[in-house]
Design a protein around this ligand. Sequence first.
Ligand code: CO8
Length: 256
Amino acid sequence: MTVSLTFVDQIAHINLSRPKALNALSFQILSEFRDVLVQVEESEARALVITGEGDKAFCAGADIPELIGRPLMRELEGAQLGQEVFQALAQLKIPSVAVIHGYAFGGGLELALACTFRVATDHARMGLPEVKLGLIPGYGGTQRLPRLVGEGRALELVMSGRTVYAEEGERIGLVNKIDNEGSPLEIGMRFLQPMLKHSLCALYFAREAVQRGMQADITNGLRIERDLSTLAYRSDDASEGLQAFIDKRTPNFKDC
Ligand code: CO8
């Protein structure tokens, strides 16, 4: 197996483990990733950390040798598999974070972009270098990057294929934070810690409101927010949270 799934203190941990190829995304890895996502979904996990094995790379992108000499349909299927798997990741109900402690190129950065959050270490080197191969990003990068950093920056990064270092990544909003303390798993867990005590429903509704709203005009965005905030308000967790405030105690959320 090149993709492992473990659980630590209510946090699921997916580790890409193909360090000799810098954790490149073979079709095998993508298929295994799809399978472990189903296990995460069926688990009691409240958050997900994704890391890459080894010192050098989070993930160096699609497996380049595998892309050579494929008949066209097969390549299209390749892009479809990557898109489907990363969309399933993006749609997980729990928050996810990619810890980028080395290279995150091409499909590797697209994997990180599909997470709710990204944390980088000083060693992070990120980019969408597909144009250098005569390709373009095919696992969601052309769609998720502009939503995160804006159209102008995304176009410049996609069309130059240049590398972004941690500091710039944080400045332009590609990564949420730089953290160098401890293992990638510890970094991911520390980032997620403040969210773990909240209602999973509230977290999910909040994320949906932001992300769906980003794809709508302001009028429809406000409607989305109104609908989701009403759902949150009607939840047992909202009753509990409001009552706990009045009682001056810590809320005991049941996740809806
Ligand atoms: N795929 C397969 N193997 C890889 C990949 C990769 N993407 N990247 C690195 N490796 C392998 C190398 O071949 C090498 O193997 P070996 O030791 O057997 O020769 C090993 O990993 C170590 O790599 P390097 O020796 O090159 O290590 P360096 O530290 O010198 O360089 C880099 C590291 C800069 C990350 C360099 O390896 C590199 O540029 N890799 C390619 C990065 C890249 O271009 N990624 C984008 C790939 S394309 C993509 O993701 C498109 C997705 C959409 C496809 C849609 C299809 C329809």
